[in-house]
Design a protein around this ligand. Structure first.
Ligand code: SF4
Length: 267
């Protein structure tokens, strides 16, 4: 069993203090009590764990600590095995009708070497479609503040979306659009090998966990995707529309931070 890095204690306490300060400013609520380690929570084992070995893709070379393969062979067929090639495939993709109205496909960006956190949102908005970068509008600014409050920088994380092309009018991606784009996201996860995944909103949680459910029912617990801890919380855009979501979201971020101290989560 891996030992816990003793230098993490002060870092965690400082990050928790930053979270607390940010929450007090953001939510303008009464100050929180000092942060305490949350109680142990049950781990929900989800569908991708159940892919039988005979059906797992072996396309991406396996290394110690890799997540389990996340794609069935028929989903993995023809998919690139490295990020630059996969991005080129996405830029040329016509798998669903969203390619017709896109200006840029938004592949994702950030650390490509075992990022501390992979954030997964729903889909590009207008500004993301214009620039080709994820989370650059108001919701992206809030996400940046959330990352800073966790004691990290954006370039220590990776940010992606369920669908890579903007749904017209910022509509919720349809099931066939999500299904068409899902293999790209799963292959990104296989290649990136993130230490932790945070699903932002119900659409991301549905695609990652195969559980079409409300965020309120999926948050505040640790799921797993191919062995990677996964926490569900509210999408920053939803927090901007509903400030009451901010407090539970900070609780989810604290739960996520706790995973870094779990044995085996930082290798
Ligand atoms: S949303 Fe995904 S599947 Fe659809 S065209 Fe864009 S990259 Fe392809």
């Amino acid at each position: 069993m891996a030992s816990v890095d003793p230098t993490l204690g002060p870092l965690i306490r400082e990050a928790a203090a930053q979270l607390r300060r940010l929450l007090e400013v953001e939510a303008q609520e009464t100050p929180l009590v000092p942060w305490q380690r949350p109680p142990a929570v049950p781990i929900a084992v989800t569908a991708p764990e159940a892919i039988p070995p005979s059906h797992r893709s072996a396309a991406v070379p396996r290394r110690p600590g890799d997540p389990l393969p996340l794609l069935h062979p028929h989903e993995a067929a023809g998919l690139a095995e490295d990020l630059p090639s996969l991005e080129r495939q996405v830029q040329q993709c016509t798998r669903c009708d969203l390619h017709r109205s896109r200006t840029h496909a938004v592949f994702g960006e950030g650390s490509t070497d075992r990022p501390r956190i992979l954030f997964v949102g729903e889909g590009p908005g207008q500004e993301e479609d214009r620039t080709g970068r994820p989370f650059v509008g108001p919701a992206g600014q809030l996400l940046d503040r959330m990352i800073l409050a966790m004691g990290l920088t954006r370039d220590q994380c990776y940010i992606a979306n369920v669908v890579k092309c903007r749904p017209p009018g910022n509509a919720t991606p349809l099931p066939d659009q999500r299904g068409a784009c899902r293999p790209y996201l799963m292959r990104q996860i296989e290649i990136l090998r993130p230490r932790l995944i945070i699903a932002l909103g119900a659409v991301a949680a549905d695609v990652l966990l195969g559980r079409p459910d409300a965020v309120a029912r999926l948050r505040a617990k640790v799921h797993r995707l191919g062995g990677i801890p996964l926490v569900v919380t509210y999408h920053p855009a939803a927090m901007l529309r509903n400030p009451e979501y901010k407090k539970p979201a900070w609780e989810d971020l604290k739960l996520a931070m706790r995973q870094w101290t779990e044995p085996g989560s930082r290798d």
